[in-house]
Design a protein around this ligand. Sequence first.
Ligand SMILES: [Zn+2]
Length: 417
Amino acid sequence: MMFLLLCLFIGASVGVLTPRRYDNDKVFRILPKTEKEVEFIKYLDNKMQLDFFKPASSHQVIPNNPADFHTSAEESEIIMKFLEKKGIKFDILSENLQETIERQFQVVEEKNNRSGRIFRYQPWEKIATWAFSVALRNPKLVSMMEIGKTYEGRPIILLKVGKQKACKKGIILECGIHAREWISPAFCQWFVNEAVKTYGKDKNMTRLLDRVTFHVIPVFNIDGYVWSWTQDRLWRKNRKPNGECIGTDLNRNFNISWNKFEKDEDPCMQAYAGTGPESEVETQAFSTYIRKNLDSIKAHISFHSYGQMLLYPYGHAEENIPNHEIVEKLAVSALEALSGLFGTKYIHGSISKIIGLVSGSSIDWSYEEGIKYSFGFELRDGKIYNFLLPESLIKPTCQETMLAVKVIANHVLKLET
Ligand SMILES: [Zn+2]
């Protein structure tokens, strides 16, 4: 029976295809200084269809903000010549992207890890099994539910973590909306494991779990995540076909100024916003769940990588949110806690100020629905590994992030309503 249930939860299997390889592909970091240089980057993207890592599309490139993109080895020669000719500063972050991909799994033994456990990224099958097992083993603290199904029919799992009492405040932890950002689901798993391990031992965690329910979605975009494990490590979107290309960026699909700025109407683009607001079943499942629980949910934290940033709304407008001052202070306190552990440097601010105008994002949407503490973490790293953070860095990344999340949760705990 258990086996059957697990099979159902793990969901559709993938046909046999050869996974995409990135041998000798390069990752560029450019720093355009002027509007004219930005215009040239957009022109280049138009001509050569650059694969933007950060920001997600050339529409969001602005002067004096670094932008990263990936190209094939052949194209990189031409691009380098163009950039040199135009005097645009650039670095090559990865000389061989395939090697960077493989380096993720080269685990360095951790001397101080007393349990001897090595932290690894988990494919969806393992995360689904883990979710079952953590709920089974901790019935008083964790319960599991399905909030909807993905396009390919996989159940979207949500773990409710905390003492089961009525009238508790809630915090949503949303991981894995972008498939290739593997450190994000790793953090949601870390959070749940730490919560059950330290309840009754760590004063703060015990207090939090007694009074707050954490609604944890370990992987939002499961179909994309499975694809990133089996076929294309750098897949970002979901897997619903849209004409000649596949996938919608779920973090552009929410019903908040939908498709207003990016003009990502090309289904082949990484930040394609979909055919309409909430056109995707994954977005619908999440939005419906939040709407049903709006009375209790006080904070929403969305986990992404990379760039080491703590972001808050708005992304769809340049003005400050009404409670900007208090949210800004909270971000500063959260980052003080985070950097206190290993000295990791983060920047913070509104999405529009830090990465430019973005429409249809999950945290902008939840903020407008009434959740006044909506944050987006862009986890490690800043420069070398991009989406391909080695497994040896999972533990420190999760440890420091946990401290920041606790600061936000403690703030929620103190709220009167
Ligand atoms: Zn992301």
